[in-house]
Ligand binder design. Sequence first.
Ligand code: PLP
Length: 417
Amino acid sequence: MKPIEPLAFFDDSAHARWRSDFPILEERVHGKPLVYLDNGATTQKPASVIEAERAYYLHSNANVHRGVHELSQRATDAYEGARARIARFVNAARTEEIVFVRGTTEAINLVAQSAVRPRLQPGDEILVSAMEHHSNIVPWQLVCAQTGAQLKVVPIDDSGTLDMAVCERMLGERTRLAAFAHVSNALGTINPVKQLIELAHRRGVPVLIDGAQAIAHLRVDMQALDCDFYAFSGHKVYGPTGIGVLYAKARHLEAMPPWQGGGDMIRSVTFEQTEYNAIPWKFEAGTPNIAGAIGLAAALDYVDAIGIDAIGAHEAALLAHATQAIGALPHIRLIGTAREKAGVLSFVHEEVHAHDVGTILDHEGVAVRAGHHCAMPVMQRFGVPATVRASFGLYNTRADVDALLRGLSKVQEVFGR
Ligand code: PLP
């Protein structure tokens, strides 16, 4: 764990300004000011994102790619402009490498069914890690059941760090894809994705990175990473729900068959034969989430205006402070103590169930996640049914961590432990 660096915190005036950009942070819950520490589940939205969606519905709402009329043109320009904005944010080589989907889950299912399934033979292997979210496990289990391929799991150690030596050995002749989280939602571990991609590529294995928990915290650069597929959700990066992104190298998208059929993904249709649209539209059947894409672009504008590196540094300082303070409490055990972590602090109270801890914290106005975090194999690995997870966003403060600490002393009061 890195030492606490107080200077890495946003200074108070800047921070107060950023907090005030998020109207929901003014809410009170159970009569207490809201302390929102469930950013791993979803982030709150700045007024600029809410306003971008509102402005779209007020001034530009129409279907995209279809009308000759002015509103349809505006909607199409805004939707395609959002795609270009996202391509810039992740430094994709080409805008067509950005496919709009519902979120990380849909992006991974798309890759599983369209890119991977047609290439799988019985006995082939898909490699994942032991720290994956269900969204990066179940789509591969489905595709394995459909083809006779096998899911292989790279183990993690007691700190929640991937075993790279074992990983290297497991990347074998039968491996057809490796799929790893960039950041673990349950443990906070930052995986060495560049190194993983290099390892896999040396063996000719393409790589999918689940970026759901990375996109709001770390700089992600598709060209520098050289990954084949990268998935993320808008709602975890201060954008709307129901919109997400699959980045894929253009040559992969060109080679992949469509996943869903319908309007917009075709060039021409007859009953005898259908010609598909160019990428990325080949993968966007039906009316897309236009407002969501526009909202996501506004969210990325917002993040860029602050700077992802400044956000990451602020959250790292918060995490260091919280880790030290909470780790020192009696009966508390931290789950996930890797050297490289993003702003996620998972812990268990040795004598009180995570759900009870979460309920007491809620009554103190502190929103955390308590449960298995859609990562049941991680819970099994650490021998716990559930953890309490505090996860940080750019608007969180030391005062929020202190509120969490006060809430945890309430747990001690209530349970006498
Ligand atoms: N992958 C990780 C690491 C996640 O944390 C999540 C959501 O928590 C997902 C995938 C799924 O994201 P979504 O539900 O937005 O599709």
